[in-house]
Design a protein around this ligand. Structure first.
Ligand code: NOJ
Ligand code: CA
Length: 557
């Protein structure tokens, strides 16, 4: 195979830590319980830093929300931005987390949730108290239409209208998510100033950056026009929410062009502190749309999540098409952040099966871009249904709603009580334990060279040691596989003298791939072939992925 014309000879990335880092998404209530109440917390995370740094080898931890919250949406419903929810710890414990993380060279990324607060936030309590309250305009309030119906047709991610009638003042307020999550009015300068102060509060305490929740939603159409109906079906590939949400095209309630100037302001606040990073959740429909979030002249988000990849159908042809479009859309000098799963989505093993989940690990950790893996994926943890009486996610409790709890079950650490997650009685745990935790746990997998964890460890070590992988260019190879059947996704990563070829068999059939040259297998889903020489015509076993060390290009045949 020869590299195709879409070769990305972009300028070599600057040396910012976040370009070369491996990110790890921890979901705090499900990660490790430090005080025995059954709920994961900052104490538990702090005691897991050696695992993250030394066993796994990641560089930065995105903590998941931990601000004060009634926890109806896992902490994405904030009642105080400048304090820690007591269930998760305290400011002192956060400070200790930062200290211990920094001592180990680990970065801490804080979840910043600017689009909405909890209805229990004092700002909202004040806002709803009267039409003339100072904070009335901090949220989006509107009169009903003449017939008493809501001001427009926008549908919420949790079903029904985004408008909730408030008896006290006789107006509706806007909530893009739960009724208990009123949207802030980012067109109000006082709101902006208050939310910028929140950034400074955590930056001053040593946060290394933020993951910005629904960053594409901060600015809405100022006229609040109706969304068009999705007559031909909703084109939103990210739509995993309530079916009501998908009945319309969400063109006026999100991705408003004014959002970019707002994100540039956020970036300005963060940039006043050296070496910090902004990572953002961006549900963009197209790669062109996504690329806008880097800002004009890089004044936007450092790392906007490339969520389309997360939705891509798992075939070589689909992945190749999307990756090719992603890299083609990437503005010069920009660097993507890539994830194949997160706390809102079906886990990799459930979506792809255990064997392809390993292929996915090879993909994620060898692409050009900062990889972000979800806690538990390094063990091959699967989704697990959660009985209604144990559900935590209010999104799932609404009629017709979709619960994200199955993705968020506790991390299994060992085969002891509650698989090492907590010492509390099982029925008091945040969510039920994984049924397979007795074998799918950190300790058990450390002892098995063929485990998911062992593969992740080898991949991360290889990535750290290889400039081609953590900072090099990428050239997608022509569609590959036996008889050009498209069973293989393959690419070459390059940085000066370091050259790596990656070939992934996305099927359960054996196939062959033609690489630009012979080389040596460095890491594979089959540990046994690591270190072996391979010709340029290479056989791939079913579900097999290989990373091959190649000679420099001028030595290729
Ligand atoms: C996106 C988050 O990822 C999701 O978990 C949350 O429910 C919504 N934003 C609302 O904050
Ligand atoms: Ca706890």
């Amino acid at each position: 195979m020869q590299p195709t014309e879409m070769s990305t000879e972009r300028r070599s990335p600057a040396s910012s830590w976040w370009r070369e880092a491996v990110l790890y998404e921890c979901h705090l209530p499900s990660f490790r319980d430090g005080n025995g109440d059954g709920i994961g917390d900052l104490e538990g995370l702090t005691s897991s830093l050696d695992y993250l740094k030394h066993t796994l080898g990641v560089d930065a931890i995105w903590c998941g929300p931990f601000f004060r919250s009634p926890l109806l949406d896992q902490g994405f419903d904030v009642s105080d931005y400048c304090d820690v929810e007591p269930v998760f710890g305290s400011l002192a414990i956060f400070d200790r987390l930062i200290k211990h993380a920094h001592e180990r060279g680990l970065k801490i990324i804080v979840d910043y949730i600017p689009n909405h607060t909890s209805n229990e936030h004092p700002w909202f309590r004040e806002s709803r108290s009267s039409l003339t309250n100072d904070k009335r305009d901090w949220y989006v309030w509107r009169d009903p239409r003449a017939d008493g119906s809501p001001p427009n047709n926008w549908t919420s991610e949790t079903g029904g209208s985004v408008w909730e009638w408030d008896e006290t003042t006789g107006q509706y307020y806007l909530h893009s998510h739960l009724v208990q999550q009123p949207d802030l009015n980012w067109r109000n300068p006082q709101v902006r100033a208050a939310l910028f102060d929140v950034l400074r509060f955590w930056l001053d305490r040593g946060a290394d950056g933020f993951r910005i929740d629904v960053a594409h939603m901060l600015m809405k159409d100022p006229e609040l026009r109706d969304n068009p109906l999705a007559e031909g079906g909703n084109d939103n590939p990210f739509d995993l929410q309530h079916p009501d949400f998908g009945t319309q095209l969400h063109v006026h309630d999100r991705r408003h062009p004014d959002t970019h100037a707002t994100l540039a302001e956020i970036r300005g606040v963060v940039d006043a502190y050296p070496d910090r990073v902004t990572i953002a959740e961006i549900e963009a429909m197209s790669w062109q749309d996504w690329a806008l979030y880097f800002g004009s002249d890089h004044d936007g988000i450092h790392l906007p999540f490339a969520f389309r990849l997360l939705e891509t159908v798992w075939t070589a042809a689909d992945l190749r098409r999307e990756l090719s479009a992603l890299y083609a859309a990437l503005p010069p000098g920009a660097w993507p952040v890539l994830a194949l799963g997160n706390h809102d989505r079906t886990r990799l093993v459930t979506r792809l099966g255990p064997e392809q989940a390993k292929v996915a690990a090879v993909l994620l950790l060898t692409l050009q871009g900062t990889p972000c893996l979800l806690y538990g994926d390094e063990l091959g943890l699967a989704d697990q249904s959660v009985p209604r009486e144990r559900q935590r996610d209010y999104f799932g409790l609404a009629e017709g709603g979709v619960s994200r709890d199955p993705t968020r079950t506790p991390m299994p650490w060992n085969d002891g009580v509650n698989f090492g997650f907590s010492t509390a009685p099982e029925d008091e745990l945040w969510l039920p334990l994984s049924r397979v935790g007795a074998t799918v746990n950190v300790v058990a997998q450390q002892q098995r060279p063929t485990s998911h964890l062992a593969l992740y460890q080898r991949l991360i070590r290889m990535r750290v040691a290889s400039p081609a992988l953590h900072q090099g260019t990428i050239d997608l190879l022509d569609p590959g596989g036996s008889d050009g059947d498209g069973s293989v996704l393959a690419y070459v990563r390059r940085c000066e003298r370091d050259v790596k070829a990656v070939a992934l068999n996305l099927t359960g059939e054996p196939t062959t791939v033609v690489l630009p040259s012979a080389g040596t297998v460095v890491v594979s889903t089959s540990a046994a072939i690591e270190g072996q020489r391979t010709g340029s015509h290479t056989r791939l076993e079913p579900h097999q992925a290989i990373v091959v060390d190649l000679p420099q290009k001028d030595e290729w045949p």
